[in-house]
Design a binder for this molecule. Structure first.
Ligand code: SF4
Ligand code: SF4
Length: 424
């Protein structure tokens, strides 16, 4: 039995559930939240402000969507989801201008908001300051209020265990829609308490959300790049509401995950794209395992959104309490090395059990890069080079067409539909 350094007690997953106690062995203790150098965070936010990958990696996003649309069943499901989801996104965009519907009574409403969030089906709700270091450039004038309510909605267990699959993709999209609708209700509730509430749709991100969830004590960043929450790990969809309500901030927590991931490494070992880093690096002022985006997107595009790093995580499958109890008792990672946890099937490629990874043909990871305009110029340069430096009328016409398209994209609802906060 390992020596327990401290215990984290969290409210139960659903309203009325008993609290859970998560033991954190002394050898896994690091810092509450994530190791961070605030001066570096400040510097990067000022010199290299964040932008959504729906803009900065638009060329590969369009490429990936074209590939995904070749899957006939998924194309129809995705179309239906986009149709249903659009009204939720548009409704969320208007919420910042809605007036409160009552006079505030003056008392702290933190617990009332959290209780209502649980009643609406959210499994986690925490409060902290909205951190403008993590706002996308294209959204910086959008965010209106100083406090943020961080919210997580559980994604159903069974379909998630079949990742990557059509069933898992269906539940992934429907969870976004369910929480999108629940958050509009929560916004109404906050306005009924006398305060303003701006809903940040989970599919119209105003920035990467995980840093604020960590600050609010709702989990820690896993080696997979997702937030690992206490009850369901990464098997949840996250979103936020900003508000001017009278609230108290929660504090970051050390669940032991920062160190545990270095012991576990299951997602790192099982990633078919070899896109996850074994070791941590310092990135934009935070110590983390950084995802190789260029090795992830080609797999996601071809294999139903992939998500194997979510499926194989013991915290997703068994919860943090059981995972940590087991580690404290045995020094072993629960489920590691078993087919049940680590096995997965890739459509057209077969089944891969523990220790087995697919091999991809040459060129598999080649994809367009940069934003739409950068990619148009790149294409123009390569074609001009291939024709011995001849800039033909046809080349100029192609470039004009592509640049015009890129300019029109910069005005459209660029961030809609893809959540990319997990990958910053
Ligand atoms: S989504 Fe798939 S390819 Fe991307 S990091 Fe996770 S396991 Fe690897
Ligand atoms: S699979 Fe293991 S290493 Fe990966 S995020 Fe989950 S706990 Fe961390």
């Amino acid at each position: 039995m390992l020596k327990i350094g401290h215990e984290v007690v969290r409210p139960g997953k659903n309203l009325g559930d008993a609290p859970v106690a998560i033991p954190v062995p002394e050898e896994l203790e690091t810092v509450p939240g994530v190791p961070m150098n605030q001066r570096e965070v400040d510097w990067y936010a000022r010199e290299y402000p964040l932008e959504t990958m729906n803009i900065t990696e638009r060329a590969s996003r369009d490429w990936a969507n074209n590939i995904r649309d070749q899957h006939v069943e998924m194309r129809e499901i995705r179309k239906e989801h986009d149709k249903l989801n659009k009204s939720l996104i548009m409704a969320a965009r208007l919420t910042g201008d809605l007036e409160p519907t009552a006079q505030p009574a003056g008392e702290d409403v933190s617990q009332a908001i959290k209780d209502k969030a649980h009643e609406l089906g959210f499994i986690e709700a925490g409060i902290t300051a909205y951190d403008a270091h993590y706002v996308y450039q294209s959204k910086k004038d959008f965010v209106k209020f100083p406090h943020v309510i961080c919210l997580a909605y559980e994604q159903d267990f069974e379909p998630t265990q079949t990742i990557p699959s059509v069933d898992a993709e269906i539940v992934h999209s429907s969870t976004y829609r369910t929480e999108g609708a629940a958050s509009l209700e929560l916004g109404n509730f906050i306005r009924s308490l006398g305060y303003r509430a701006q809903v940040h749709s989970p599919n119209d991100n105003t920035g990467p959300y995980i840093p604020m969830f960590v600050k609010a004590g709702l989990g820690q960043l896993g080696a997979c790049g997702y937030l690992l929450t206490p009850h369901v790990g990464s098997r949840c969809r996250i979103m936020m509401i900003t508000t001017d309500a009278n609230v108290t901030y929660d504090k970051p927590v050390d669940y032991g995950i920062h160190a545990f991931c270095q012991v576990c490494q299951v997602c790192v070992n099982r990633c078919p794209g070899r896109a996850l880093m074994r070791d941590k690096i310092w990135w934009r002022g935070v110590e983390k395992n950084k995802l190789y985006f260029k090795r992830c997107r080609p797999v996601m595009a071809r294999y139903l959104g992939c998500g194997i790093c979510m499926k194989v995580c013991p915290v997703q499958k068994y919860g943090m309490q059981k995972t940590m109890d087991h580690y404290a008792a045995t020094g072993q990672v629960l489920g590691k090395g078993t087919h049940d946890l680590e096995g997965y099937e890739l459509e057209g490629k077969g089944y891969f059990g523990p220790g087995e990874l697919p091999i991809f043909e040459g060129g598999f990871f080649d994809m367009p890069h940069g934003d739409a305009a950068e990619w148009a110029f790149d294409q123009f340069k390569s074609k001009a080079k291939a024709s011995g430096g001849q800039i033909t009328e046809d080349l100029i016409e192609d470039l004009k067409r592509d640049i015009n398209r890129a300019l029109s994209l910069s005005d459209d609802n660029i961030a809609m539909m893809d959540q990319d906060s997990d990958y910053i």
